[in-house]
Design a protein around this ligand. Structure first.
Ligand SMILES: [Zn+2]
Length: 149
């Protein structure tokens, strides 16, 4: 792989709890929030991202929340998101990964990357709403597809 976005310092760190649902969030770079939210985000606050599927809040800081309707892209891990992007940088969906596993015999993240174009030209901080690399998310889709066989 020529460009592996996981080499960046983008790995998940736990953050505060979501003020709406109480689930533990994950820290997210301010640059990500600024790029994802439709309106201007003037202050560089520390933001967390809520990973709960049934909670409408995407980003939260001590003084603010942004909901799904405030964000430019569908949030794949929230209930009802379509399409479900896993690799946001190259717009690869969960369905495409499941297909690569079922039809092309992909078994690893690099197989999926080859079959779908995922993880090429990664700029996860700007494009992925988690502000982190999709590598782990691709892995979990592969595992789920293999288990459901
Ligand atoms: Zn929440």
């Amino acid at each position: 792989m020529s460009k592996n976005c996981c080499s960046a310092s983008c790995c998940q760190t736990p953050a505060a709890k979501c003020p709406a649902c109480g689930a533990s969030g994950q820290k997210v770079p301010f640059e990500t929030v600024k790029n994802m939210v439709r309106n201007d985000v003037p202050d560089s606050e520390a933001f967390g991202v809520c990973l709960a599927a049934d909670c409408d809040v995407v980003y939260f800081s001590p003084g603010r929340v942004f909901r799904q309707s405030d964000v430019r892209v569908p949030i794949a891990w929230k209930d009802g998101a379509t399409p479900k992007y896993v690799c946001y940088c190259n717009r690869v969906t969960e369905d495409e990964i499941i297909h690569a596993v079922a039809k092309n015999g992909a078994r690893t993240v690099s197989d999926v990357a080859k079959a779908t174009g995922a993880m090429k030209n990664g700029n996860c901080i700007a494009n992925n709403p988690k502000g982190a690399c999709c590598h782990k998310d691709i892995e979990s889709v592969i595992h789920r597809s293999l288990e459901s066989k």
